[in-house]
Write a protein that binds this ligand. Sequence first.
Ligand code: DGJ
Length: 724
Amino acid sequence: MGIKYFEESQTFKLDACDSSYVFRIFMGELPLHLYYGKKIDDISVQDMFDKGPDNGATITLADLKHPNFKMAVAPMEFSGNGTADFRHTSISIENSLGNSVTDMRYKDYKITKGKPKIKGLPSLYADEADCETLELILYDKVTGAEAHVFYTVFENYSVITRSVKVVNPTDDDMYIENIMSCTVDLPFADLDMVSLYGRANKERSICTEPLRHGVSSVESRFGASSHYQNPFVALKKKNASEDFGEVYGFNLVYSGNFLMEAEVDAYNCTRFQAGINPHDFKWKLEAGDEFSAPEVVMVYSDNGLGQMSRTFHSLYRNHLIPRKWKTAPRPLLINSWEAAYFNINTKKILDFAASAKELGIEMIVVDDGWFGCRNNDSSSLGDWFAFEEKFPNGLGELIDGVHAMGMKFGLWFEPEMISEDSELFRAHPDWYLHIEGRKASTGRKQYVLDMTRDEVVDNIWTQIDTLLKKHPFDYIKWDFNRNLSEVGSASLPKDRQKEVYHRFILGTYKLMGRLTENYPDLLLENCASGGGRFDAGILSFSPQIWCSDCTDAIERLTIQTGTSLCYPISTMGSHVSDSKRTSFKNKGNVAQFGTFGYELDPLKMTEEEREEVKIQVAEYHKYHDIIANGDFYRLINPEDSTFRTAWMSVSQDKTKAVVLSAVMRTPPYSTFILRLKGLDSSKKYRRSDNGIVYSGSTLMNAGINLSRQSLADGTSELIYFEEI
Ligand code: DGJ
């Protein structure tokens, strides 16, 4: 299997499919990193820590003296704080003497089959046959604190996951000030950092910047992974591109405040780290306690960003999203939000459902406005019972009515929020995040519930569970419409207030976990003012996440391309809406590369549009499995100067493929040859729009001539290829 320990040199070699990762225990004490990259056959990389002659002043470690070892620049596997490593480090623990010197030395290791769970946190799952895990146990000789560093090595993916558990086996309390989930010291710096930035309605645009001496970072301090920067980074070699060259991809399985950073030192070496953002974080670790830091997924690709993405996609489809939804088809839905906003009632929704059913739509989702006394966004969050005025006979009449039509039914919730004008707030006025003596800011006129408290989690759970028990429905849209501010909990003591950001997300995970464990057949879709919490933590509960409230198909090309760098196409919530800029056909074509659904009033559609929906629904049934479960290729990125985007999905057995060729803005030239990717060169494929048969080699090397494709702004073609 993938993990080998070489006793004599105390070297660990981790082989994950086509990649290798090597480190050694130096002089029996310090874990030093030696190699991460394409698979190598041996461990003759022992001297990789040696940074050569140096005239500058470097401090030698007091106890480990070796002529070639300089702590300040040594590639560390897990670096301590306040020793002689002056870079950003893996861990910092304030001890009972009040200083934060933390010096982690080797104690022991264990190798086990499979992958352990992480207490309280989501993580990838795998069977024993899929992977092996190394637990490296380190300890601080002076304070006794321990760090258990976990590496899970996948057999069939170039993937290593990492996480850390900090243990306090002593009799004194300690405070964790910083704990990074991974530290990777690479002996080069000719790298670009690729990250995803954005804002509401423009989530996950791609940013590519060269690393510089000093620190380059992305982070969140919003209390959620956020619209603004996503917990994903790829470090790509300067010469790497979509299809060529080396790329290291990193993604945190975490939905709270995070930090991902790359520090280039004076020796042109790069230290990459990822973990919980140490900003406003301090965790009290009582005697005998342990603390788990979130998992980070590391993907190595030597075939560019494209292969990195395909590895993430396949890994997340098979080892992250709930097992039930790996392959089970998800119902094709219509959502009431953009059709009716708060203006809903039993009759209207039943009419929507009946009309949508005629078009082949399989589920109706009632969005915001069905609960408490909610007529606008100023009230009722926390009161998860039917609004009598709109649903006088309760939700039963509606849900049973929809089910009787042979359709499925879904409901919107915003479980982590509370309105001041709500029964919940009146009953529990201190259940929101706030700090005594300070006015708490509102966002969308609402407060954030104190999810650090078990009684809060229990209350919301009981409300949702009661509804689900009474009228079993099929789907929940879980929204989250504001970030955290004035972060404090009325239930925690002073020296635990800096735990609130992390405890908040642990509470959220607890509630989501309870929901998905008790209702494994319920489909959970997440959302956060669009795509403000699109991350791997959420995906472990929710196999799909609403990508963005921007449903304009031209903008969606950029949003979905950026999202595809790390996240599978099957996870991207994408609907055809009433947005005006482009044609119905174009909106459908773009939405097909996602979960696909509708977000409009079916009763207001023209006959022509209804006919188009029927075509789109048929296309969905024909293409969706290829798009959702196949291999995805970015043929043309929207940032390229062609004013076009082209995507392609190929079925796993390479017998079928779907290509989207979209014109964003009229290109200033007309010759357009599109080369396809990922096919079998020896197979023959028939092209759907002209019936011509091509060999895979022709399609991939010569391409197809799309020079006569419509050049109007915001138009697109879906072209289907099938082996003959
Ligand atoms: C924000 C979401 O992004 C929308 O899709 C919709 O659910 C609204 N919230 C409802 O308030």
